[in-house]
Design a protein around this ligand. Structure first.
Ligand code: EPU
Length: 424
């Protein structure tokens, strides 16, 4: 398995470009299943999760084209020969469930593997299924697969018990071609949901309210293929913001979607970090000692769960005590035991972590456990004394494009070491 070797001591200084948002690209690709000609996406990053969805869409009969060098990805689903998502593909990426809504809308029938458990929580999809049932679909679960059928989906009023992001997207994708009006209440308000709604509207859908907790969708009979620019990745940009702040760096993050990162910016400012908007980007200047802050993850626009691990890494070297509550996922503290191996002082009580800042972390061999946890270990490695090795970095490759190149460009001493066994 490849690993990263990080040497301590660098202040991150310079400029870094934010890439397109993984969590926006995936539902946009699924939207490609709703039209029979090329849907073109631009500003698409090169990521493992996107390759996985390309593989799944090809399996179903869609064509995929584009030029990774220019960040263009094209999807054409003129025919869907197999409306199926097999377990082998779904198990590597839970977001594959996003094909469920479009497949039933377009093909009237689909067979999609139930995603299994996940490192960060149980992550059920009951709300996706209940919403589709409300729209008239019949659902049977057998042998680990969801078998869904609907001669015609009918608009419905759907209340989500939790504002699920991919659930909201799946239901929007199903409702755009349904008969009549669908109303999704307690909808997710994340920027990626808005990006999908904007794209669908450009394709001819009639969606209002995206970005609020009530989304209304008037069904239409046909959508047209268009070109869509993917929004910048707020989590990647936020990871660089924290990196700059905790290394006492000075970084201009280009195309940083600061308007989607307000809660993170507020918390970083409380730590003593300076954040200013400049032409083309956002400048982040870190200062020591880092003041400790408390925070609580919640759905957008509150503090994102996808930034919790990285911010916790920063708190491990703060000058005080930080209380961190994770309310979105029940098991998203997997990075804690690794950070503790570096000398961090962290106590966990259920969904609350209490971090007492220490003077310094010390480099150690570490194991990445999930995507954002991996990013937190890399950030910790930047400030830890000595050498840090982070293995299992395939988690990181799912969602950060070329992180070693981007951090290296800012002065970090980080090297990807290829697995010897794989090289042979
Ligand atoms: N939930 C249910 N039932 C459902 C769906 C969700 O109870 O049917 C619960 C979950 O168990 C969880 C909460 O609702 O407690 C929120 O989960 P949500 O469905 O919003 O998460 P998701 O859609 O599976 C997306 C992102 C995640 C991100 C979360 C929360 C994508 C592809 N994934 O997941 O991103 O953490 O929203 O913001 O958009 C990542 O990029 O590293 C990542 C994990």
């Amino acid at each position: 398995m490849d690993k990263f070797v990080i040497e301590c001591g660098a202040r991150l200084v310079g400029e870094v470009q934010t890439g397109g948002a993984k969590n926006a690209v995936l539902p946009l690709m699924a939207a490609g299943l709703l039209v029979d000609d090329w849907l073109t996406l631009t500003n698409v990053p090169r990521l493992k999760d996107i390759d996985t969805l390309c593989g799944l869409m090809r399996f179903m009969g869609a064509e995929i084209d584009g030029d990774p060098a220019t960040g263009t990805l094209k999807v054409r689903a003129s025919k869907i020969t197999k409306p199926e998502a097999p377990y082998d593909l779904v198990k590597t990426m839970r977001a594959s469930i996003l094909v469920l809504g479009p497949l039933v809308a377009r093909c009237k029938e689909a067979r999609v593997s139930l995603p299994g458990g996940c490192a960060i929580g149980a992550r059920p999809i009951n709300l996706h299924l209940a919403g589709l049932e409300k729209m008239g679909a019949t659902i049977e679960i057998e042998h680990g697969y969801i078998h869904i059928r609907a001669e015609k989906l009918i608009g419905a009023k759907i209340y989500l018990d939790a504002p699920t992001v991919t659930g909201t997207e799946n239901l929007m994708l199903a409702a755009v071609l349904a008969d009549g009006q669908t109303v999704i209440e307690n909808a997710a308000m994340e920027p990626e949901v808005v990006c999908l709604a904007d794209a669908l509207n450009k394709m001819g859908a009639r969606i209002t309210g995206a970005g609020t907790d009530i989304i209304k969708i008037e069904g239409v009979t046909k959508l047209k293929p268009v070109e869509v620019e993917v929004i910048p990745d707020r989590i990647e940009a936020g990871t660089f913001m924290i990196g700059a702040a905790m290394t006492r760096g000075n970084v201009l993050i280009k195309d940083c979607p600061i308007n989607y990162l307000e809660t993170l910016a507020v918390k970083l400012k409380e730590t003593g970090t300076t954040i200013t908007e400049e032409e083309g980007g956002v400048r982040v200047i870190g200062d020591w000692p880092i003041r400790s802050v408390d925070f609580r993850t919640q759905p957008y626009p509150a503090f994102p769960t996808d930034m919790q691990a990285q911010m916790m890494a920063m708190m491990t070297i703060s000058g005080g005590l930080s209380v961190i509550s994770e309310t979105v996922f029940e098991n998203r503290f997997m990075h804690v035991s690794e950070l503790k191996r570096m000398g961090a002082d962290i106590k966990i009580d259920g969904r609350v972590a209490i971090v007492t800042g220490v003077e310094r972390l010390s480099g150690a061999p570490l194991m990445a456990t999930d995507l954002r946890a991996s990013a937190s270990l890399i950030l910790a490695g930047l400030v830890a004394e000595g050498t840090t090795e982070v293995s299992r970095i395939y988690h990181l490759d799912r969602g950060y494009e070329n992180i070693e190149k981007k951090l290296g460009g800012l002065g970090a001493n980080i090297t990807r070491v290829k697995d010897e066994a794989k090289k042979k």
